[in-house]
Write a protein of this length. Structure first.
Length: 343
């Protein structure tokens, strides 16, 4: 059997640049800083989703960046993780290569299944092929666009499927599009413009931690930045449910001043005040989830990034907030994808 076009099976897709999934608008990359552009080339949160009719396995053909000797990326597991609903079925380890095939064994079940892709070596999926049987793309679900920093990107979770956006997306039955950019997410308005133009049924913003260091913000600056960011997003999504998660615990920053004298406690308060003021001005589809009380120090790997338990706690809090606000909708039956083509 020939290879099937992977496009109908891919989920977590923001934009496509040729055959590669990217996490920022490829026609507007020049408006972004270099760190966002670099992170946007990694397929964070991208998955294959399908149902099986008698298939014993699925072959996934891909190409990935081959790291040089000594590159720290060699330490990252090149793992294809198979999930069925909320259950991890198994993991298949392969190698980054200019072209390679990973064979993923399937249980005797129709699914639907999700294959979480390795991320660090920027794999591009070239084709999928069932072994003994057939595959069909899983139904499309409501699209949840999540923007944030390295915590949203999933840093320090043991696998991509353990990041808080992935965990919450599974629990809520949503198609999570992860726009987390490690080292960035300081309220960049170019990113707000990208989000405004991207189709979304639900949006979550989780930035602010990186405003404490690197490029330091004062509390008044973050207040105005938050309001401006929300305004730009609302230009494209005037009625879309939008949840803002303020920064989670960062012990060294809570009461320590940055170069402008701002503490993370003060920055968080400014961000939350901005959200409340926008709500008071009439945005009844805007929600706030204060982040300070969600984690304790034992949930942090390095004082900044959560471990798997920490990611699960954030996911649980976000899921609860969205459910209680009645923001989650069932599977969206968008126009059907054309039949998968062979190549």
């Amino acid at each position: 059997m020939s290879w099937l076009d992977p496009a109908p099976f891919l989920r977590g897709v923001g934009w496509m640049d040729g055959g590669r999934v990217v996490r920022a608008d490829p026609s507007d990359m020049s408006q972004l800083s270099w760190d966002i552009t670099r992170r946007a080339l990694l397929p964070i949160g991208v998955r294959l989703e399908f149902a099986s009719d008698g298939a014993k396995a699925v072959n996934v053909r891909y190409r990935a960046t081959v790291p040089e000797p000594g590159d720290p990326l060699t330490e990252l597991a090149h793992c294809f993780a198979l999930w069925e609903g909320q259950r991890l079925v198994g993991e298949t380890f392969s190698e980054p290569a200019h072209e390679q095939v990973a064979r993923i064994e399937l249980p005797a079940s129709p699914g639907p299944f999700t294959v979480h892709l390795p991320e660090g070596h920027a794999p591009e999926i070239l084709g999928v092929r069932p072994v003994g049987g057939s595959l069909v793309p899983a139904p499309k679900r409501a699209r949840w666009v999540v923007h944030g920093d390295s915590i949203t990107e999933g840093w320090s979770s043991t696998r991509p499927a353990r990041s808080w956006p992935a965990v919450a997306g599974r629990a809520l039955g949503l198609d999570t599009v992860n726009l987390g950019y490690a080292g960035a997410a300081r309220g960049e308005l170019a990113t707000a413009s990208h989000i405004a133009a991207l189709p979304a049924d639900l949006i979550t913003l989780a930035f602010g931690t990186n405003c404490w260091f690197g490029v330091p913000y004062s509390a008044p600056l973050l207040y105005e930045t938050t309001r401006a960011f929300l305004g730009v997003v609302r230009d494209g999504h005037p009625a879309t449910p939008l949840l803002v998660l303020s920064p989670v615990l960062r012990p060294d920053a809570e009461h320590g001043g940055n170069a402008l004298g701002a503490t993370l406690t003060g920055l968080r308060a400014a961000m939350e005040e901005a959200v409340r003021d926008v709500v008071a001005a009439g945005d009844d589809r805007l929600l706030l989830l204060p982040g300070r009380g969600l984690l304790r120090t034992e949930h942090l790997v390095d004082g900044v990034h959560p471990n798997d338990s920490g990611h699960a706690l954030i996911a649980g809090a976000v899921s609860t907030a969205l459910r209680e606000a009645d923001c989650v909708r069932p599977v969206i039956r968008r126009p059907a994808d054309p039949p998968a083509t062979v190549r």
